[in-house]
Ligand binder design. Structure first.
Ligand code: COI
Length: 359
């Protein structure tokens, strides 16, 4: 495994820590250090280092800027009440990172090394992991093409880095239900495309519809399948679940949906609890009909940033449909409590999801 060199920030250049941990705006403050390494076709990954958080200098022809070979991950470090530091299923993020890399013709990064680099960074910036309930240190591993070249082909040089950011809830609503806008005009991803990869372009593709939704007063967009605009896929930064007749339903992973770590955790918990759970195609018409006739009892999104996010209202074809009286559903709350409880070490971890970072 590569050696990691360390250059610590000098006292005078330390970044100011957020004054109020209870009012952190997602992804706006960054910790003192970052992990960085570079890749060249003839050298492989090299120059692994932890350095003070700093700018990255790019050639204007760097291929990320032209052809978008860029991928990332999102995970969190949690501070338990007794001070221990937890990661939640980090190996799942490393696996997905490498699947994204493969899809975008980028080099993979040894999962054990990703975790080693991350843990070393966390030990150095441990003070940046907030202590208040519901807060965490969001971790953003990123890789993009740095080679200066304009021919359309996979780059031969890349940078991989990890930055971290103390965060609170992703949505200003916190754990309160969000309002979601269903678009049948725009699509996010198509089967056979890059929808299941965590690539930067998927997020760029989502912005236009998200802005329209925001202007109409909705927090995020619910995407339908790109071909028939009939089947529910996912929400902006979350996978989506419905409770219908006491069965949990979520769209299957057919290539255009991001395979979420929280999504997988909810499915595993549901099975353990004896909840009937189905990964199956669900149409927007079935959802709307379910809301109308009361069979659809609740709806929630899942994601690392969003955790479990109850959905209180859907807007589809200019009609508003209120779910569960706009209140947090019983199952949403139970999944939220269980997952957050495991993450912060307050509940047992029967699945072995927690990895403790020893400081
Ligand atoms: C995450 O949940 O970590 C995500 O990647 C969503 C993000 C784009 C805010």
């Amino acid at each position: 495994m590569l050696e990691i060199s360390v250059q610590l920030v000098d006292e005078a250049s330390k970044r100011p820590k957020p004054e109020d941990e209870n009012n952190l705006v997602f992804g706006t403050v960054f910790s003192d250090h970052m992990f960085v390494m570079n890749y060249a076709e003839d050298k492989g990954w090299h120059d692994a280092r932890i350095v003070p958080y700093q700018d990255i200098v790019l050639d204007p022809a760097a291929m990320i800027l032209h052809y978008g070979q860029g991928i990332f991950e999102g995970l969190k470090a949690y501070r338990c009440a007794d001070g221990r530091i937890h990661l939640f299923r980090p190996e799942k993020n490393c696996e997905r990172f490498n699947r994204s890399a493969k899809r975008l013709c980028m080099p993979e990064v040894d999962p054990d090394f990703q975790i080693k680099a991350l843990e070393q960074l966390l030990r150095i910036d441990a003070d940046w992991i907030p202590r208040s309930k519901g807060t965490s240190l969001y971790i953003r591993p990123t890789m993009f093409a740095t080679e200066p070249a304009l021919g359309v082909r996979p780059a031969k040089e890349y940078i991989y880095y990890i930055i971290t950011s103390p965060v609170g809830p992703y949505y200003p609503e916190g754990f309160n239900p969000v309002k979601i806008y269903v678009t049948d005009e725009f699509v996010r991803a198509v089967r056979g495309g890059v929808g299941e990869a965590k690539t930067v372009g998927n997020y760029a593709a989502s912005l236009y519809a998200a802005e329209i939704a925001k202007k109409k007063g909705y927090t995020q967009v619910l995407w339908l399948d790109a071909v028939e605009r009939k089947y529910v896929e996912e929400v902006g930064t979350m996978n989506i679940f419905f409770r219908v007749d006491d069965e949990l339903i979520t769209p299957p992973l057919t290539g255009s949906i991001l395979p979420g770590v929280t999504r997988d955790s909810v499915i595993q918990l549901a099975k353990q609890w004896g909840v009937r759970v189905k990964e199956r195609p669900i149409t927007i018409d079935e959802v709307i009909q379910g809301i109308k006739d009361g069979r659809l009892q609740e709806c929630f999104g899942t994601g690392t940033a969003a955790v479990i996010s109850p959905v209180g209202e859907l807007c589809y074809k200019d009609e508003n449909y209120v779910i569960n009286d706009g209140k947090v559903g019983e199952w949403s709350k139970r999944f939220y409590d269980e997952i957050v409880g495991i993450q912060y070490g307050e509940k047992d971890d029967p699945f072995g999801w927690i990895r403790e970072v020893k400081v």
